[in-house]
Design a protein around this ligand. Structure first.
Ligand SMILES: [Zn+2]
Length: 49
């Protein structure tokens, strides 16, 4: 991947650095799901290779 998200948690408050909303914010949640899906797909490709 390599991109850096602005939607990082600000500790110890755990708010989004991008929006100041509770972390993970909506955008970050979507990014986390995308990362998880991508990892799962690459794992499946690895196992089936
Ligand atoms: Zn955010």
């Amino acid at each position: 991947m390599g991109w850096v998200s602005v939607h990082q948690p600000v500790r110890p408050q755990w708010i989004c650095a991008g929006r100041g909303a509770a972390w993970p914010c909506r955008t970050r949640k979507r990014q986390l799901v995308a990362e998880f899906t991508g990892a799962r797909v690459s794992l499946m490709l690895h196992l089936s290779a």
